[in-house]
Design a protein around this ligand. Structure first.
Ligand SMILES: [Zn+2]
Length: 225
């Protein structure tokens, strides 16, 4: 099964960017946990570099992913410093696989967020440099920008950021959904003389088939699968 390491930036004594009464470390942790929750519906293993408000060094974040053997590392950040919108980063030496994944994740987030697309960029960030697997760092909106800050205070925006990342990761790794048996998936198989003669989602239809063969076969079995 594929493995994804979700990295919520900053934490503990490092709040990250701050603005309009918000701290980057809290927003990105909420987003990371949201992504983890949504990915639980897919066939993928997910780990967080931090699941609480604590400090984790950049080297340790990369080491966690390397030791675990993650297939993808996604670092979640909120921007600051004069600007608006969304941008993503990979390391300048990243190969084609990583660039393709960046594009997939970037586009999925832009589709959900509907904000200014600042582009797919490169930067020599430690977590991108020290990770041994494809690694993408996202900067969703600017905490110190009036309009972006307003958006970041809305639950619907956080949900859109989460959904964009989830969709991007699912597409980048071609993940399939976990098979969940529901009432509609239940099948009643009618087996006559060791040969399946029908499969029905409704018990009454299976019963009719059983009746039809009754007395005319050596064995009739009804299996529920
Ligand atoms: Zn940050």
């Amino acid at each position: 099964m594929k493995k994804v390491m979700i990295d919520a930036g900053h934490g503990g004594s490092d709040p990250g960017a701050v603005g309009h009464g918000m701290q980057e470390k809290s927003l990105v942790l909420m987003i990371a946990k949201g992504i983890e929750a949504e990915l639980s519906a897919y066939q993928v293993e997910v780990k967080l570099t931090r699941a609480t408000d604590r400090i984790v060094s950049l080297t340790d974040r990369a080491r966690q992913a390397n030791t675990w053997g993650a297939d993808l590392f996604v670092s979640i950040h909120i921007n600051a410093g004069g600007g608006t919108g969304f941008e993503s980063f990979t390391h300048p030496s990243a190969g084609r696989t990583t660039k393709t994944m960046q594009q997939t994740i970037h586009q999925a987030i832009i589709k959900q967020l509907n904000v200014r697309d600042r582009g797919q960029k490169t930067a020599n960030f430690a977590v991108l440099r020290e990770t041994e697997m494809p690694a993408v760092l996202t900067e969703s909106l600017f905490i110190d920008h009036v309009q972006d800050a307003k958006l970041l205070k809305k639950r619907s925006t956080i949900e859109a950021i989460v959904a964009g990342h989830r969709e991007g990761i699912v597409n980048a790794l071609a993940l399939s959904k976990k098979h969940k048996l529901s009432v509609h998936d239940q099948l009643y198989r009618v087996i006559v003389d060791n040969k399946q003669v029908g499969a029905y989602t409704e018990a009454k239809n299976a019963a009719k088939q059983v009746e039809a063969h009754f007395g005319r076969a050596k064995s009739i079995r009804l299996e529920r699968v």
